[in-house]
Design a protein around this ligand. Sequence first.
Ligand code: G6P
Length: 607
Amino acid sequence: MCGIIGIVGKDAVAQRLVDGLRRLEYRGYDSAGICTVTNGQFGRRRAEGKLNNLAAKLAAEPLEGIVGIAHTRWATHGAPTEDNAHPHIVGDVTIVHNGIIENFKPLRDELIAQGRTFLSETDTEVVAHLVDREMQTAASPQEAVAAVLPRLHGAFALAIMFREHPDLIIGARLGAPLTVGYGDGENYLGSDALALAPLTQRIAYLEEGDWVVVGRDKVDIYDRTNTPVTRPIVVSGASGALIDKGNHRHFMQKEIYEQPVVVADTLQSYIRPLEMQVAMPQMDFDLSEVERVVIVACGTASYVGMIGKYWIEQMARLPVDVDVASEFRYRDPVLTGKVLGVVVSQSGETADTLAALRHMKANGVTTAGIINVPTSSMAREVDLLLPTHAGPEIGVASTKAFTCQLAVMAALSVNLARAKGKMTAEQEREIVGHLKEAPAAMNAALSHDDEIQKMAHTIAEARDVLYLGRGPDYPMALEGALKLKEISYIHAEGYASGEMKHGPIALIDDKVPLIVLAPAGPLFDKTVSNMQEAMARGAQVVLISDAEGLALAGSDAKATIEMPAVHPLIAPLVYAVPIQLLAYHVACAKGTDVDQPRNLAKSVTVE
Ligand code: G6P
């Protein structure tokens, strides 16, 4: 994981590097550091904890210099201490790294045997030693780096600076993204175009195995065979403005409230309002030929995949497999036949999902990606990009990206159904009508914020919380539990209602809140029976349903939250709101760091 940035500048870089790190904190925030080179000396500041700690340190002890590298860390090897924080300095070399050097142990042993000592527990420090060792004999930093890169296994994006060559930074990437920014009399390196957006919009994306020498007036890119290559310079379009919280206390709260608008924005590009049809971006393959769908994602996005399975199987009658990306390629899935592979990702950079995408492509699968960051690796590599228009999502717990992904998944399901001849024009018109109702229904769901806030105080005292649902509400139960544990640190589990009696019912007593998601409909009675079974054992139930459902079963529950009555297709978009608000208010009641919860990162760029 981790975010990296480097500037070979014409003016002071320290503040600009810190500003860049602020835009990379989604990659990790357990420690941060910066190193500049000036008057033949490295100047370094590092701090444990959030970036503000580093900023405070820099304010107290400023750093001069017009060339520098910086890093925000999500610890993989070694605790998030100052000693383990990047940049690491060895001799005349300093380095920042995103990724994991998988063979760091043998390399470290080899270096220790040669009398080298290590000051950190990181895998990164071996790279600094290797480059430093090569520098003893190499004719140039370029030669040293070219000699070291083939020795590194795993995934890395690196930025390396040299005390005796203060006008260049060398970058390299393999399995982790790295972009080059082209400025006016200065040039940059960054984990993504967003980090560089205030500095430049002119970006080149390095390809796998590339390495680059960034100078003030010149950028030289080489491929893994050390052959000079050119990579196209594109205009990134990433906004340079810093996103603020507006009137909200946290980004997560702001993002929950943005949902009706961003879901409407997203739907707008997938609906032809006059024809009342669903529309897809131009594609050069025929959806009617698809025989099977494989959906791969991580975390919250994987629940969009699970809901997509219900929708696509029901509407298009196509078999759907859903995998969490970390399991996908290592079980060597069968990908024969006309498979449509769909990845779902907010960031478009999640390492496992990206690897799954590449695995599918390598196996001849046509791929589509429901992706929020249009400049991301996945967005650039899928055959068909299905963008979500959620805008930048800052809170680590995904909210508005999730509901936008659901909106696109619904559109894709309808499109597949039409292409497969399983949906009439009349049925499509009706469904499009329901999709258009989603933003207003989500608004109505938001109006329950105050009552959810009140019940959150009771739930904040629980040690365990269970979420139950059936059909598409089962993945929603999983999402409710994930949201709660991510930000409030309360143990929570989502279960398919009918499965509860196969284990989790043993957990139930009067201290375990049970959140039941059950819109009225064909599955309602079954879910309510499971709810009764739990209540008979003392469970404190919060029933989330519509007026009809609450009239039938609400009086039995300890608390209820009334959702508007909606078509089953849009119910997950609407029911997402109360489960997000509940997790949010519980976390606030517990006083946790809602936007940057412990141990997590927004974008998980290591396996
Ligand atoms: C992290 C985030 C989750 C997110 C998951 C997948 O774990 O904390 O909120 O759902 O990664 O991220 P992606 O960017 O691929 O949607």
